[in-house]
Design a protein around this ligand. Structure first.
Ligand code: KG4
Ligand code: ZN
Length: 339
């Protein structure tokens, strides 16, 4: 295999990230410019603001990545980009820049699916082969189970029919007045609470279908704050047993995610489980999956914490495409789905 240095760009949501890695998957830089301060006053990610922030942040982030790696642009041999799914305006900033760089350097362009990359983050952290496996991506935009024959062959087994797990974390954190970003804030609050205090619903947990639904759970938390008919804006949030609510909500999400992984493992007969996406940064979920997997003799792969949430190093999935000479051309467009 001839050596190659890859420049990868991630702009699907609210992190502007640029990574540099080689064909051996050695990461030389993985810079993440967070946009939290741009969005926190709105209590969530504003798509137009995200796109404009990417435009401002991308060029300096590329320069920083090259400087950390001690490389110049001329040494880059391929350009990888997450071209979806994600926010359209945000993706367009990364994709047009990636095309321009690839064209300017005369090197291959490789479009990579952001959701598949979240699973590849497990491969990056493991430092060894993780496929074939059952894969689950739990992020702010997605909750999907895959049967992964290889890094390039992922078959969808099921997914959420409404909210994603991370979205539910964010919305419940917002309801409880815990701030933005919601997932880590809710996890912190939950540490102080009793997970058995509230018995929130666990959709589809007794059904064999490998799907998820979190909107009923979110509504159940809302009704435990303000029962139907009562006005939410009249509730004094800081007088509520917020830690118990957060812990009980988290336990419900973790229960469902763990049970569905086990069902997927049973159905496929796989002996490895890989879980990627922002929500796998959650220690309660990591611990629960570790316990279940060791009980069943299944190998569990999760990314190191900084590779759970959005980053460009996970786009090293592009190396797998590159090995097969599967390149994109300049007509590559943003995509809204997981292919
Ligand atoms: O993968 P990611 O960075 O973005 C998407 O592709 O969507 O995931 C972000 C999501 C957010 O919803 C965030 O609240 C959630 O991951 N998240 C967490 C934790 N850290 C991030 N959820 C629960 N516990 C955490 N510690
Ligand atoms: Zn993501």
């Amino acid at each position: 295999m001839k050596p190659c240095l890859f420049l990868a760009i991630e702009t699907s949501c609210d992190e502007t990230s640029v990574a540099i890695f080689d064909e051996q998957l050695h990461v030389k830089a993985n810079v993440i410019a967070s946009q939290t301060k741009w969005h926190e006053r709105f209590g969530g990610v504003v798509p137009e603001v995200a796109a404009r922030a990417h435009m401002e942040l991308l060029t300096p982030t590329i320069a920083e990545a090259l400087s950390i790696a001690n490389l110049s642009m001329k040494q880059i041999g391929a350009v990888a980009v997450h071209h979806g799914p994600g926010l359209a305006g945000a993706l367009l900033v990364g994709l047009s820049s990636a095309k321009m760089i690839a064209l300017g350097l005369g090197v291959p362009l490789i479009g990579v699916n952001h959701v598949h990359s979240h699973l590849y983050a497990c491969r990056m952290s493991a430092g060894r082969e993780i496929f074939p496996c059952v894969g689950m991506v739990v992020s702010g935009g997605h909750t999907i189970l895959f049967d992964c024959e290889s890094a390039l062959q992922m078959k969808r087994l099921g997914g959420t029919i409404d909210d994603a797990a991370g979205e539910a974390f964010d919305k419940v954190a917002n309801l409880l007045g815990l701030g933005f970003p919601g997932g880590p804030a809710l996890e912190k609050e939950a540490r102080l609470g009793n997970p058995k205090a509230y018995s929130y619903p666990r959709s589809f947990i007794h059904e064999e279908r490998l799907d998820f639904s979190f909107s009923g759970l979110k509504t159940a938390v809302l009704y435990s704050i303000a029962p139907p008919g009562e006005k939410l804006n009249l509730v004094k949030i800081d007088t509520l047993p917020r830690a118990n609510m957060a812990a009980s909500f988290q336990e419900a999400v973790v229960d469902v995610l763990a049970v569905k992984c086990l069902q997927a493992l049973r159905r496929t007969g796989r002996k490895r489980l890989a879980v990627g996406g922002g929500v796998i940064a959650n220690s309660c979920l990591r611990d629960r999956l570790a316990t279940e997997c060791s009980r069943l003799g299944v190998e569990l792969f999760v990314p190191q914490k900084d590779l759970c949430t959005d980053n460009a190093a996970m786009a090293a999935l592009a190396v797998e495409y590159w090995k097969e000479q599967r390149f994109s051309n300049l007509s590559l467009d943003i995509c809204s789905t997981v292919y």
